[in-house]
Design a protein. Structure first.
Length: 271
């Protein structure tokens, strides 16, 4: 009995060691590329060098002093400010309607909304290029906003849809039975309960819009160029650590967003 119990404890210990080792390997595999990018951004040399021989903010200063990079950052910032709230509002309304209403063709509409997740983005980019050219909005901020909303909306619909499906309809009925109207019930009962899904959808929408390049390549122009398109064009011409510095800025924005979500709502409630 004692020997068999010892063997079970010993085997369980080895399983824990293997699990922790595998987790550590995966963690290192995921963090190593990011570490290389971050450290190379502070290299003073003309080309990305890892590990850097010295510490320098040269490439960050070059980005913030470059008119082209600042214009691209401005365009991406405007897209982020417009696309994220509009997509969350539209996606929340669509998710609630799909979850609560019964009407013919609901499944077809839901599949249509989620179709950008299944259609290759290169196909969507070509289609939007032809459509926006006919409408006269290709290469404009309006075209970029529509294109980014098209690919961000499915993420909001899916995340908010999960929160709505987990919401007990009896809570809304109880609110209306106590005298609250449909609008008041939606604002005071429904929205607070599906808030985690909305926040998660906003994060997915912002990240998707901020890093989108496939569609942006087709619907942007030299006058309206977001950062991913500028980065792609820049790498074709040269490859200095300016690209790494831009990547560090992207990483910093993502980390700040995660910290804000964790402090306000909690990451576990948005997943």
């Amino acid at each position: 009995m004692a020997s068999s119990r010892f063997r079970r404890k010993s085997s369980g210990k080895w399983i824990d060691i293997c699990v922790w080792t595998a987790g550590l390997v995966v963690y290192l595999f995921l963090t190593l590329p990011v570490s290389v990018i971050v450290l190379s951004a502070f290299s003073p040399s003309e080309y990305p060098k890892f590990p850097p021989t010295d510490f320098s903010l040269r490439w960050f200063e070059g980005i913030f002093s470059s008119t082209e990079w600042m214009e691209s950052l401005w365009v991406s910032g405007i897209l982020l400010v417009i696309v994220t709230p509009v997509t969350v509002i539209v996606g929340t309304a669509a998710s609630y309607a799909l979850a609560r209403l019964r009407f013919p063709g609901k499944n077809a509409i839901q599949s249509f909304i989620l179709s950008p997740l299944m259609i290759p983005q290169i196909v969507l980019g070509v289609a939007l290029l032809y459509l926006f050219t006919m409408m006269g909005i290709n290469g404009t901020m309006t075209g970029l906003v529509i294109g980014h909303m098209l690919i961000s909306l499915p993420y909001v619909v899916r995340t908010v849809g999960v929160s709505v499906s987990n919401l007990d309809p009896k809570l809304e009925l109880a609110s209306m039975n106590l005298g609250a109207g449909p609008v008041q019930t939606f604002l005071r009962v429904t929205l607070p309960l599906i808030k985690p899904g909305m926040v998660a959808g906003a994060v997915f929408s912002a990240v998707t819009s901020f890093g989108e390049i496939s569609i942006s390549l087709f619907v942007s122009s030299p006058a309206v160029t977001p950062v991913p398109v500028r980065t792609f064009s820049y790498i074709e011409q040269t490859f200095d650590p300016s690209v790494n510095a831009i990547s560090v800025i992207f990483i910093a924005v993502s980390v700040i967003a995660l910290v804000i979500i964790e402090r306000t709502i909690g990451l576990s409630k948005t997943m």
